[in-house]
Design a protein around this ligand. Structure first.
Ligand code: C5P
Length: 252
């Protein structure tokens, strides 16, 4: 049986890389992935034809992997090259970054060389605010300003680490080191906390496991070139079966 494609209703939200539309079903939204790329809080702009389709395909492949591992998510199904159907959630305005290896703002802030492995995974929290550039916060700030409750923050941390536990070996078995990644969570009307937003080269740092070549948005942020090819290669690897003979447990 093929499920029907719901009609797009009113646009509810437009972000830098996606638009969210209502559907005739109040509990469901359509997310459309755009071809635009932005960095440094939209001060740098770019993009290419097919970027939205690539990130939609990568996210739509990974969400069922996470669901199967017991991570509740907003994902319902992929609708088209650039669209997916999701459960309507209220987004918790706290972005969660999980770091396995020092890179990016962490390296800059603390003077730790990029590529330095971290003995313990680091969970960071940022306030989701384009106007303020998503500033780093701690959980007390989120609690005090009413952005999330204590049980929600505990659940978010637990899920973020569970997601790390699924994704690190998943990528390693496909020749990719997951350096760090950003997650967003939402709540369903019954209060359940679920993973929302995308998991893609826009929101993760991916390094080739053999060469450490960057295969993510840092190619755009740092003008390294070859970004379209890097995203296409990430889609190929994400959707490939795990490499035989590679035991991710030995390398994690
Ligand atoms: O820049 P920074 O090192 O803090 O980024 C950590 C991770 O979070 C990177 O994988 C980056 O792509 C992601 N990120 C994001 N959206 C932001 C900030 C960071 O997806 N607003």
């Amino acid at each position: 049986m093929t499920a029907s494609t719901p009609q797009r209703g009113e646009m509810r939200y437009e972000g830098k890389a996606k638009r969210v539309y209502a559907t005739p079903e109040p509990g469901e939204y359509i997310v459309e992935y755009k071809d635009e790329a932005t960095a440094f809080n939209a001060q740098k702009r770019g993009g290419w034809q097919g970027k939205g389709a690539t990130n939609n395909a990568i996210t739509a492949h990974l969400y069922p992997v996470l669901e199967a591992a017991g991570v509740p998510t907003h994902f319902v199904r992929k609708l088209s090259d650039t669209e997916q159907l999701v459960k309507a959630v209220t987004i918790v305005p706290v972005e969660v970054i999980v770091r396995n290896v020092a890179a990016g703002s962490f390296s800059k802030r603390l003077g730790i060389e990029e590529g330095t492995p971290l003995d313990h995974p680091i969970v960071e929290y940022c306030y989701k605010s384009d106007a303020l550039g998503d500033p780093l916060i701690n959980t007390d700030t989120a609690l005090s300003l009413g952005w999330a409750t204590e049980p929600q923050l505990l659940r978010i941390r637990e899920l973020a680490l569970k997601i790390r536990g699924v994704l690190v070996p998943y990528f390693l078995a496909r020749g990719v080191k997951l350096i760090d990644f950003k997650l967003e969570f939402g709540t369903l009307p019954d209060g359940t906390v679920v993973l929302a937003d995308e998991i893609s080269p826009d929101t993760c740092r991916f390094w080739d496991a053999e060469t450490n070549e960057k295969m993510d948005k840092d190619r755009f942020r740092r003008d390294l070139g070859g970004i379209e090819d890097a995203y296409a290669e990430m889609l190929r690897r994400v959707t490939a079966p795990a490499a035989e003979g590679r035991d991710p447990r030995a390398e994690s």
